[in-house]
Design a protein around this ligand. Structure first.
Ligand SMILES: Cc1cc2nc3c(=O)[nH]c(=O)nc-3n(C[C@H](O)[C@H](O)[C@H](O)COP(=O)(O)OP(=O)(O)OC[C@H]3O[C@@H](n4cnc5c(N)ncnc54)[C@H](O)[C@@H]3O)c2cc1C
Length: 473
């Protein structure tokens, strides 16, 4: 088997195939994929807003004009609206995390994660507002102190205890998602806490139907609400169980080799069955689970670092922590469980036929794969601190020739005059005069991404032409 070797020393001499100057030698040559257009995100955003309006509609239809004369009535009405909104948003949040293949390819895992984060804050506000407004409204109506009313609600209303528990779970998830707190928690702990949102869905279910003024009566509204639950649970089962099972039974991926690209970066080559049938674009990522004793319980996202072919798949991994350190010792033959592909950071999502790609550090991995599928004539700016940090350089040299790519290696610290000059509007225009008409693919450390976005804005590149891979879920 032949696949590209970019570093002279493979970790295990004898297990890797011959070097061929970085030229992928799989059986299928990468083609330029047809453009897909940005429609998906807008359609989904419109559907979500429509769903939100529809979820509040039952309250509107149920509430006669002039019925909100007292403070108590106004407060409880606001409580009911926020309750309906919270119930709907919780379903949307779980749907977004269902990993439904359609959503993962249409919207992309990273974009879904951004929406999920933003919506999470709104959901938390809606839940807290719902609880507070209903409590204060009922206390006012029955002329009782708030704490007494809370006791009455918990004691006399069916499913109220589980509703309070669901609210508690959501507050905990919201709290641990605050950036500063999330940063100090181990990823796996944060993720496990986050999975408790399924518990919130379960705990809140009964409350909505036994206490919800618009939902406890049998009728079309109640039926529709239950149908939404059924759809979300079906999406979860499909995205988390059925689709991954079908994918892994079909392709049976396993490690072919691990190759050192630099002192702290490795490439993992995988083989499997029917790789030529993979519906995969360069720049997309999978969540990988390497089935060894130490690694099987965690899945980590890594992009493919070369376009699909019918012989092998490759991911290129920078060693940053305990898990990535363990990947250096993977043995050939190790079975791999993959979920994906996901993402819209691909040549198919370009808006035109010329592109500028900006990569920093391990951000070169998806960029390298996208480059292979973009039409000829792209330009690449590759930022690295030292020449030793430049990855996959032989393959990039090959792409420069084979696909007419102009490449600038911008080496040095961010305060060195060269890198500082390049990342300015004039610097960019100097290298790529038609930058405003190009798609820009950007992947690298947060500092480089933020600086590049600011410079692209100043240079007048429209936001819809900018494609971002942030390595954040
Ligand atoms: C869509 C996407 C594509 C990526 N592609 C690549 C790639 O091609 N090459 C590459 O080197 N790196 C890539 N990464 C980053 C890579 O996933 C992390 O560096 C890796 O998971 C760190 O694991 P660790 O335990 O060794 O390090 P840690 O020190 O434990 O983690 C470092 C950081 O990585 C993130 N992280 C850790 N575990 C996970 C997880 N299970 N899921 C999601 N994020 C996690 C967290 O933000 C954490 O703070 C990608 C990330 C994402 C989200």
């Amino acid at each position: 088997m032949t696949y590209p070797r970019t570093h002279a020393a493979g970790r295990r001499a004898g297990t890797t195939p011959s070097r061929d100057g970085g030229r992928p030698a799989g059986g299928v040559r990468p083609q330029v994929p047809p453009r897909r257009g940005p429609g998906g995100r807008r359609v989904l955003a419109a559907l979500l807003v429509l769903g939100l309006l529809a979820s509040v509609l039952p309250w509107w239809l149920d509430t006669p004009a002039g019925s909100l004369r007292t403070t108590a009535a106004t407060l409880t009405a606001a409580g009911r609206i926020t309750g309906l909104v919270a119930g709907y948003l919780l379903l949307v949040q779980v749907l977004m995390m269902s990993r439904l293949p359609l959503l993962e390819r249409w919207i992309g895992g990273e974009q879904i994660a951004r929406w999920h984060r933003d919506l999470g804050a709104t959901l938390l506000v809606a839940v807290l507002a719902h609880a507070a407004l209903i409590l204060v409204g009922y206390a006012d109506l029955e002329d009782k102190p708030i704490l007494t009313e809370a006791g009455v609600l918990l004691r006399d209303h069916e499913d109220m205890v589980s509703a309070f528990a669901a609210a508690g779970v959501l507050v905990l998830i919201g709290f641990t998602s605050v950036r500063a707190i999330r940063r100090v928690l181990p990823y796996e702990l944060w993720h496990a806490l986050h999975l408790a949102s399924y518990l919130a869905l379960l705990l809140g279910f009964g409350h909505q139907f036994s206490n919800g003024a618009q939902l406890f009566r049998p009728g079309p509204v109640r039926t529709l609400w239950i149908a939404m639950y059924v759809v979300v649970v079906a999406a979860l089962v499909w995205g988390r169980v059925v689709a991954p099972l079908a994918f892994n039974l079909r392709h049976r991926l396993r490690v072919a080799d691990v190759v050192a690209e630099s002192p702290d970066t490795i490439s993992i080559y995988l083989t499997g069955d029917r790789l030529g049938e993979l519906d995969l674009l360069g720049g997309q990522f999978f969540r990988w689970r390497f089935l060894t004793r130490g690694c099987w319980w965690q899945s980590h996202p890594f992009s493919v670092s070369a376009a699909a072919n019918d012989r092998w798949l490759r991911l290129t991994v920078k060693v940053v922590g305990a898990y990535t350190r363990d990947l250096r010792d993977l043995d050939p033959g190790t079975p791999v469980w993959a979920e994906g592909p996901s993402g819209t950071f691909t040549a198919a999502h370009r808006t035109g036929d010329r592109a500028l790609l900006i990569a920093g550090g391990s951000g070169i991995t998806p960029i390298r794969a996208v480059l292979e599928e973009l039409p000829p004539g792209s330009a690449l700016i590759y930022r690295a601190r030292t020449p030793a940090d430049v990855l996959l350089h032989r393959e990039l040299d090959w792409l420069a020739q084979a696909r007419d790519v102009r490449i600038w290696y911008v080496i040095g610290s961010r305060n060195d005059p060269g890198p500082r000059q390049v990342l300015t509007p004039d610097g960019l225009r100097g290298l790529v005069p038609d930058v405003v008409r190009r798609d820009v693919y950007l992947c690298g450390p947060p500092g480089l991404v933020a600086q590049s976005l600011a410079v692209l804005r100043q240079a007048g590149v429209p936001r819809r032409q900018v494609h971002l891979a942030t390595f954040e879920l």
